[in-house]
Design a protein around this ligand. Sequence first.
Ligand code: SF4
Length: 360
Amino acid sequence: MQMQYDALALFSGGLDSVLAARVVQDQGLRVLGLHFVSPFFGKPDQLEHWSRIYGLELTAVDISERFTRMLLDPPNGYGKLVNPCVDCKIEMLSYAKELLPAYGARFLISGEVVGQRPMSQRRDTLNLIRKRAGVADMLLRPLSARKLDPTPMEESGLVDRSRLLRIGGRGRKEQLELARNVYALPEIPTPGGGCLLTESESAGRFYHVLRYHAAPEHTDFQLANLGRQFWAGSHWLSVGRHQDDNERLQELARVGDYVFDVQGFPSPLALGRPLRDGAWSPETVRDAAALMASYSPKAVRSGGMVGVAVRHRDQVAEVRVHPSRDTALAWSEPGTDGLKEWKIEQSEARSGRAQDAGRE
Ligand code: SF4
């Protein structure tokens, strides 16, 4: 039989999420922490460890597909990089709400703090998130609860409001004090949960997929996270760094992809994924083969042409190339140049669609 809980808590592994769940659990209520996992965040392998050191019951929830659908066109736009924080919270809370009956739980907990983040944790944004997620009457934010209006859970006496907190603003002093002196946490986690969408290098990788892929799926973002990444316009090439990457590249390969393997020398595998322009020309295939072969030191040291096997749609052909990082297509690693302009275009297109919908 499924275990019964009083509340489900959003649990990223960041300090605020630990404290929010503990504050409610310490009132004698049974709390289950939901740890959402996607190509962008989530460390399910840490759950057992976290559960032990923080004294919480935790479970992983894969949100990859619905999160990716939202990421392609977040109604409230992106933050500093490609992080759609407002819609991310809405998506997670909506999903958590759907899970309530399965655990017999009556309300939700999140570790948001009023005024902590410039955009996603402003008071008006917190209200918007609550409403859009449809959780206005079942969401408790224990860290800032006494700065906010009482929720039905407090009004009914299910939760003792006097034992909730009134933390606000950007400082971390109160949270650190609670972690050290009240809960004596053996490890103090970092403030956030470690989201790749907010990190410049990863954001550059994801931005290229968003920009050039007409309909990316979550596995495209898993691929973007892997090994060395190169782009030449909308041509996308992923090169393994080690054996684990090579195995993962094989797993992620799809019909229509090109899989490159240098013949006669130890080398990484590479995977070319055609996007908008369809199948690659023979010149593009040769160019990509020359680039990936340049990551085989022995092939480079051989000083001559090398053979690269290229598998495409169950056919394997060999091309002969000089390993080189200076090829005609001028592949480059994906950065965030152009991201700002792209986000403005996206936002204008979104407003245009909203106006059109309003006129209909
Ligand atoms: S940082 Fe990442 S996980 Fe956190 S709210 Fe923003 S998008 Fe979501």
